[in-house]
Design a protein around this ligand. Structure first.
Ligand code: 6PG
Ligand code: NI
Length: 184
């Protein structure tokens, strides 16, 4: 019964198989999220910051379905701020998600709708439950690629707009070679 899962395999570097969709986010797609707009404008706009390989076994917005993805964030900075994902609330706010670390090291930023924020260290083997109503972003604080897996409801959707407008209430920057959390 049901459709058998097509042959799909993953490791820290890849999610491969026929139905995998690949998303790339370059500096040009992310200019609005970094603090130092001047620094991002002088960078190669085609430089890839992160890639997401996704497996969508059901159609977008299917109630009760699940999606699966692997995200790889390159090491790097814009000014003194580490490379990171755009970050989002789910459009259907109550939808939760799992993240798990595969390789590299970074911080998962979590922020509620009152803009209260906290962080969890994401690294190989770490598991993170992201409850509904919580915006999530991953920051690569290491000098190697940070790779993590994710599983989320197929009717979660992405609300990027509120993060593009207001950002997160905390940022992770490098100061004297070490990571620091700064408040907006
Ligand atoms: C999701 C997941 C995850 C995320 C990627 C890229 O809800 O789809 O949280 O797959 O999309 O890690 O991060 P951004 O979507 O914030 O660019
Ligand atoms: Ni999500």
């Amino acid at each position: 019964y049901g459709n058998p899962t097509p042959e799909i395999v993953f490791d820290a570097k890849n999610l491969s198989g026929k139905p995998i969709e690949k998303i790339e986010r370059k500096i040009m797609d992310l200019n609005m999220i970094f603090k130092d707009k001047g620094a991002s404008e002088t960078m190669d706009q085609n430089q890839i910051v992160y890639e997401v390989d996704c497996y969508f076994p059901v159609e977008n917005d299917t109630e009760g379905g699940l999606f699966f993805g692997i995200t790889r964030i390159k090491p790097g900075k814009v000014g003194d701020e580490y490379f990171m994902t755009k970050g989002h609330f789910h459009s259907n706010r109550d939808r939760g998600e799992f993240y798990w670390g595969l390789e590299g090291e970074g911080q998962l930023l979590l922020m509620d709708e009152k803009r209260r924020a906290r962080t969890e260290v994401i690294k190989k083997g770490s598991v993170h439950y992201i409850p509904g109503y919580i915006a999530h972003r991953v920051v690569n604080t290491g000098d190697t690629e940070l790779s993590f897996g994710a599983c989320w409801p197929s009717d979660a959707g992405h609300d990027y707009a509120s993060i593009e407008e207001k950002g997160f209430s905390i940022r992770i920057v490098q100061k004297n070679g070490e990571q620091h959390i700064i408040k907006e």
